[in-house]
Design a protein around this ligand. Structure first.
Ligand code: NAI
Length: 564
């Protein structure tokens, strides 16, 4: 339904309306654009060709990232057409690992506002501020307080690119239309001395508040979101482990929300584990797991893994007994006094040790999972010990960005004499070892959270549950071609990410209907129905009517205003 009209330069300055060099003659006439753009009417594919050419002239991925962000600021359709044309090539540029560098330099490379920035100093006015956002039917807010950005620590306002990039993946990977998405930075200060003293830093120059103050700010935010955008799901991203776990517990039964570091990471890692045991010919309940790192990612995965083992017939206590954790202070065991409540279930009766290799030797895990934020901790001794104990040691080195990975695939295959079943948190090229080619997979949440997002978007789900992530894990695991799995690939190919996510979203949507959480009627053909919701990076036709009109529901093209 048309709700606003724009003409001339206003059209060109609106990234959701701008077609750059692709306006037809009729559109140029109707919109007063004659003379304001080159006198051509290019196709989207020709425009894409130019973008690819210009990208090829950039020297670094950070330059390509800046170029693509700039493209998004001017022409949203062309941006998504570019990213969706070759996800395997562009996802690492718009998101991890390049985004890590973009975060570190955010205040320095900043060009234009995107999404919202809400400071704790505005407490008491959160609802009023949120209502400044021009879209009224929001379905997702991705929110960070910048306190644990990737494996880079407290970056404060420099974490703002994370929710921006994450939401781009909803669209690029699963086709969630971009107008329903709002990236949000909640500014609660930072303890990062470097940024507090950087004149170009874009956040509040205050150290972080008490937990109580922070949570009361987040409470106000969650209440305001619910009131203003009742169909909106809040996606928490890159909060410090303690806050991530506690805020999820605080809100998960009250609002539609989830934490991707906890549940998304868990979902995709579980998918990798499902395929690892398929390769070994065992079951999840036959394995023993040792985590390096006991933060939000570890706890999320351990809890989901336990739920998945319980679904395979195990008692919760027995499933928990198969999961061990080791953190910066050593093995989690029942005499440790420094543990959070949520870590205690994995602190078993066991002699204390600060030596990870000794822990491996005594626990004899079949699988080790690195979520420690520290590069290189799976050293030669660790991998050799795992290979000595296991015929096929499962080694997941999930910390990112790349320099934080616990071991590279090359190291895992070489030190285990080609026996390891390996996955990383970032993308690595194939590895040649002993005349064999191995395909190290990337346990990247982007196979899971955008699909969950699409399912929640289409069904208008009232809640996001752990079962939805287990369902997504099974759906993703089932989509790896068997010939590639034999070469060690545990996750689907990135080149077919959209199709993988449509199938995954359909499976999750079925579960949402089965659980009575949907707010829409169940369709006869779920996959076909999900496809109807998928955004296509094509220019809408609304512009040609002589008006640049906002379309409330149409998933293709995206004529509307969203820049703040
Ligand atoms: P966190 O900060 O909550 O937890 C880190 C944990 O590692 C803590 O338990 C800490 O004690 C432990 N640790 C730190 N240094 C250690 C050391 N030297 N030895 C042993 N343990 C040590 O972080 P969170 O959220 O759990 O994330 C961990 C990592 O997982 C990050 O690098 C993050 O990028 C990565 N991650 C990967 C994802 C993926 O898709 N692959 C998704 C989400 C997170």
């Amino acid at each position: 339904m048309p709700t606003m009209a724009k003409r001339g330069l206003e059209v060109l300055q609106d990234p959701a309306l701008n077609k750059s060099t692709a306006f037809t003659e009729a559109e140029k006439q109707a919109l007063g654009l004659v003379g304001l753009v080159p006198d051509v009417a290019e196709s989207e594919d020709l425009q894409l060709q130019r973008v690819i050419l210009q990208l090829s002239q950039k020297n670094t991925d950070l330059d390509r990232y800046i170029y693509l962000v700039n493209l998004l600021d001017h022409n949203e359709t062309l941006f998504y057409r570019t990213v969706m044309s070759d996800p395997a090539r562009f996802l690492p540029i718009v998101y991890d690992p390049t985004i890590g560098e973009a975060c570190l330099k955010f205040g320095h490379i900043y060009r234009q506002a995107r999404g919202m920035y809400l400071s704790i100093a505005r407490r008491g006015h959160v609802k009023e501020i949120l209502s400044n956002w021009p879209e009224k039917d929001l379905r997702f807010i991705c929110v960070t307080d910048g306190n644990r950005i990737l494996g880079l620590g407290d970056l404060g306002a420099n974490g703002a690119p994370i929710p921006i990039g994450k939401l781009q993946l909803y669209t690029a990977c699963a086709g969630v239309p971009p107008q329903y998405l709002l990236p949000m930075y909640l500014d609660a200060g930072t303890n990062n001395e470097q940024y507090l003293h950087d004149p170009l830093y874009l956040g509040m120059r205050k150290t972080r508040p008490t937990t109580e103050e922070l949570y009361s700010f987040v409470d106000e935010f969650m209440d305001a979101v619910q009131e203003l955008f009742p169909k909106c799901c809040v996606h928490f991203e890159d909060w410090a482990g303690y806050d991530a776990v506690h805020l999820l517990e605080r809100y998960r039964d009250k609002y539609c929300c989830y934490n991707d570091d906890i549940q998304g990471t868990a979902g995709i890692t579980l998918a990798g584990m499902i395929n690892a045991v398929k390769l070994k010919g065992t079951k999840l309940i036959d394995e023993k797991y040792l985590f390096l790192g006991a933060g939000s990612a570890a706890i999320g995965l351990a809890n989901l893994l336990v739920s998945a083992m319980v679904k395979q017939g195990m008692k919760p206590k027995d499933a928990q007994a198969r999961v061990y954790m080791f953190d910066i202070n050593g093995l989690l065991e029942d005499t440790r006094k420094d543990l959070f409540d949520f870590q205690r279930v994995y602190a078993h009766h066991h002699p204390s040790t600060r030596d990870f290799v000794a822990a491996i030797e005594s626990i004899k895990p079949t699988t080790i999972i690195g979520v420690s934020t520290v590069g290189g901790l799976f050293n030669q001794k660790v991998v050799e010990t795992m290979a000595h104990i296991n015929e096929h040691p499962v080694i997941f080195a999930l910390s990112n960005p790349t320099d934080k990975v616990e071991c590279t695939p090359e190291q895992a295959y070489r030190w285990s004499q080609g026996k390891a079943i390996y996955a990383a948190g970032v993308q690595f090229p194939p590895v040649h070892f002993n005349r064999q080619m191995f395909l190290p997979g990337q346990a990247n949440n982007f196979y899971v959270f955008p699909a969950i997002g699409m399912a929640v978007f289409a069904t208008q789900a009232k809640r996001v549950t752990d079962d939805m992530f287990i369902e997504a894990a099974q759906a993703v695991a089932g989509q790896v071609p068997s010939d590639l799995m034999k070469q060690g690939l545990l996750f689907p190919l990135q080149s077919s990410v959209l199709e993988t996510e449509i199938q995954t979203a359909a499976r999750v949507a079925e579960l949402v209907f089965d659980s009575g959480l949907a707010r829409v009627d169940r369709p006869a053909d779920t996959v076909g129905w999900i496809r109807q919701h998928v955004y296509k990076p094509e220019y809408g036709e609304e512009v040609s009517a002589g008006k640049a009109a906002r379309s409330e529901t149409k998933p293709t093209g995206s004529p509307r205003v969203r820049h703040a």
